[in-house]
Design a binder for this molecule. Structure first.
Ligand code: NAP
Length: 271
């Protein structure tokens, strides 16, 4: 049996186990996906132990995405983002990857905008998700504006992302009307009816991705839909980051429909 899992703290409400196990069932794989909550001080030992025990792959979430960077061999994208969310133990040495980046791109491409090359994108947030999305969009050929509550984090990130500029939240009223793509990569809207983006700057030519997936229909997405924009909820990003990890670990094509069904069933809590 192959073992995969998630390392984070807390991981109790993670949607990754049902999503990945749906993929194993679809492919008839003898595999399990389990969650681990190591003490932060024991992270090095946890990763070494996982390798020694023959675990095939781990996803990594808050608060460990930055810390595992030094414990594995990161690929170029993960090194630039400064965060690893997927460890692959199937090669000679553990390698680190960031599938949040590809997950955001694929969700925009398949659910919203076909061509990101030449697009103008506003990324709100400069934490882990904001960093992944900003690098991903720039790599896809978009011009990226990073907007963040703490302006220094926005300007620091923008300085590392080719062609990007950094701003405070007060720039949204000017930037969003001229944008093709808007991504909320802050935690605003999670378990609360709040949005970081004023509704009156949203417009019908915009594609809006909200990385927040609980609730699925955030206030930002409701405002965006009311403005006639195309909306992409955070479960799509979660789905495609998981699909990319599955494909990397197994070499098999991810069964998107089965994974999506499992994810949305569990998000609705009607398992
Ligand atoms: P993080 O590293 O802690 O960053 C949090 C970000 O939110 C920072 O930019 C922070 O701004 C901003 N923020 C927090 N409270 C705010 C407020 N009241 N007003 C304005 N900005 C505020 O977190 P993260 O890992 O990037 O995650 C951010 C969100 O993305 C979470 O909801 C997470 O669940 C979601 N996410 C989703 C996926 C997916 O696959 N769908 C993947 C990764 C993350 P400051 O810098 O000013 O503090």
């Amino acid at each position: 049996m192959q073992v995969f899992g998630l390392v984070g703290n807390p991981v109790g409400h993670s949607l990754s186990p049902p999503m990945h196990e749906a993929a194993y069932a679809e492919h008839g794989l003898d595999a399990r996906y389990v969650t681990f909550e190591p003490d932060p001080a024991a992270l090095d030992g946890a990763i070494e132990g996982a390798e020694a025990l023959g675990i095939s792959g781990l996803n990594v979430t808050i608060p460990f995405k930055q810390d595992v960077l030094g414990l594995v061999e990161p690929d170029d994208l993960a090194a630039r983002i400064g965060a690893v969310n997927t460890i692959d133990f199937t090669g000679e040495r553990p390698t680190g990857h960031n599938t949040d980046a590809g997950g955001a791109l694929r969700s925009l491409r398949e659910q919203g905008v076909a061509d990101l090359n030449g697009a103008t994108a506003v990324v709100v947030g400069a934490g882990g998700a904001g960093r992944a999305v900003a690098f991903a969009l720039a790599d896809a050929g978009s011009t990226v504006h990073v907007v963040n509550r703490t302006v220094e984090r926005a300007t620091d990130l923008a300085a590392a992302v080719p062609g990007a500029a950094g701003h405070g939240l007060d720039a949204l009223g000017e930037l969003v009307p001229a944008a093709d793509v808007l991504v909320n990569a802050t935690s605003v809207g999670m378990d609360e009816d709040a949005t970081p983006v004023p509704a009156d700057c949203l417009h019908s030519d915009l594609v809006v991705l909200d990385a927040v997936y609980s609730p699925l229909e955030t206030r930002l997405l409701r405002d965006a839909a009311a403005a006639g924009a195309t909306t992409v909820d955070g479960a799509w990003m979660l789905l495609y980051q998981g699909a990319e990890a599955f494909e990397r670990w197994t070499g098999l094509e991810a069964p998107i429909d089965a994974m999506n069904d499992a994810l949305r069933t569990n998000l609705r809590g009607d398992r």
